[in-house]
Ligand binder design. Sequence first.
Ligand code: NAD
Length: 554
Amino acid sequence: EFIKQYASHPNYKAPTGSQLHAKSWQTESALRMLLNNLDAEVAEDPSELVVYGGTGQAARNVESLQKIIELLLKLENDESLLVQSGKPVGIVRTHAEAPRVLIANSNLVPAWSNWEHFQSLKERGLMMYGQMTAGSWIYIGSQGILQGTYETFVACGEKHFGGSLKGKLVVTAGLGGMGGAQPLAATMAGATFLGADIDPTRIQKRLDTKYIDRMTHSYEEARDWVMEAKAKGENLSVGLVADAGDMLEQLIADGIVPEVLTDQTSAHDPVFGYVPNGMSLEEAVDLRKKDQVKYKDLSLKSMARHVGLMLDLQKKGSKTFDYGNNIREFARQGGEPNAFDFNGFVPEYVRPLFCEGKGPFRWAALSGDPEDIYVTDQALIEAFPENKHMINWLQEAQKKVSFQGLPCRICWLGMGEREKAGLIFNDLVKTGKVKAPIVIGRDHLDCGSVASPNRETEGMKDGTDAVSDWPLLNLMSNATGGATWISFHHGGGVGMGYSQHAGMVVLADGTERAEKCLKRVLHNDPAMGIFRHHDAGYDKASKFADDFDLNVWK
Ligand code: NAD
């Protein structure tokens, strides 16, 4: 009956309201967030259980998904469900404050951890790609990445353009699940925006959700729109249906040098993500089926050309950075020797925030009522009156972000702030100011939860970019601290072999149990970022460690 109503493939919808279907809010919250990940408003392709990021899935296949749902509906509060690459494989005896779901996705022994080996297992139905928040059930649509992207563009404006992107042109490509946040983030930061995507349906989705203003198939039309807007200092965003490299080539031919240049095509997956230059979408789908070796070769060469054009524009003056899709690595493999001549966005703009334990804190209202999110927004505005930047973000988000699936909010918060916010939310539930519990989570892209040498841990001060003890310690501390579900994944963001990362979600259901868990988890989780960056020699992290009395090794 439940499956028929909420999970009849491919129509997924989280239940809303204050009625339980599972045995407790802990299991109900996991169930609702899993279904929310697959809601057509949220997921890029529910028919394939793909949530975002190329092939990032919420469950391995429809049978596994239905079994997970069935087990979550029955699970007791002294049991925990084990999910292995999107398939439920067992239930273990635990206790009331333990996580209800333990998830491991896409992990392979290092010497085997490449796309080819993974793909051979995937084809035999033995694995799935979990990305970061797809397989860990805390993807919240494009808003999830919106604030991070906004913070990055704002930081870029501050670092290079005297504090504002007004009258500046931001050029990028890839307007998919995450990349689709770029146009809104750029215009919120004041810029004029031009982004290419080879797939018009992806741009259409951004139009439908008001993340982008206009779409065209004509380069000339796109160019004229953005150049006119830029001249007037207008924050217009335009999506061009085109190959990324082709668009850059035309901009160069026209002598246009964007002030800011980046890319969010799904380059992390050269076979099932990136579309090679000169190929239609249909031809790409066809070649993926027929000859993956040839596809990969064409894809790597196209990325080499694409990055080569980015390097050209960088030389002409564009502030150019890699936006976390590993395109430099694959361009290098495709024959562009200077691919790493521009930096990733983390060392450029985000690391100082990581040193404060700051990261992409997010929450969702299980009631399904947008009013509950506005109540949480207001509570944070009152709790942090000194944080003008956060207040500006929350007010802008209220005006500009349309909710997808369950109403939710993202807001980068740091050490101390996350714990305070979590306890406030628990109180709002307890006192009935919101209509149902609030789920709190974060991206795996966080200060202490990921090892990813071409992205989050690129260029660490002490050279420990590839050390993945940190995300494992993060996972263990969130398990023992009492998160509601936890996950450990491989490959998210940058592809197989290039990253390992941990996720956590913790529930505020207004109970004393939740209060204890929130105090531990929302303290320990950002503290891990401070431990990690203090250990690597960042003075700012050491200062925060002192301020919060974290007792780290001196
Ligand atoms: P997605 O698969 O939903 O979207 C990728 C888009 O790229 C698709 O719309 C596809 O049509 C387009 N594309 C592919 N080849 C192209 C080409 N040659 N020219 C133009 N468009 C092309 O993926 P997503 O969730 O948007 O993520 C995009 C990439 O960015 C991923 O690699 C992801 O890991 C990375 N990412 C990084 C961060 C970060 O570090 N902050 C955040 C989000 C995403």
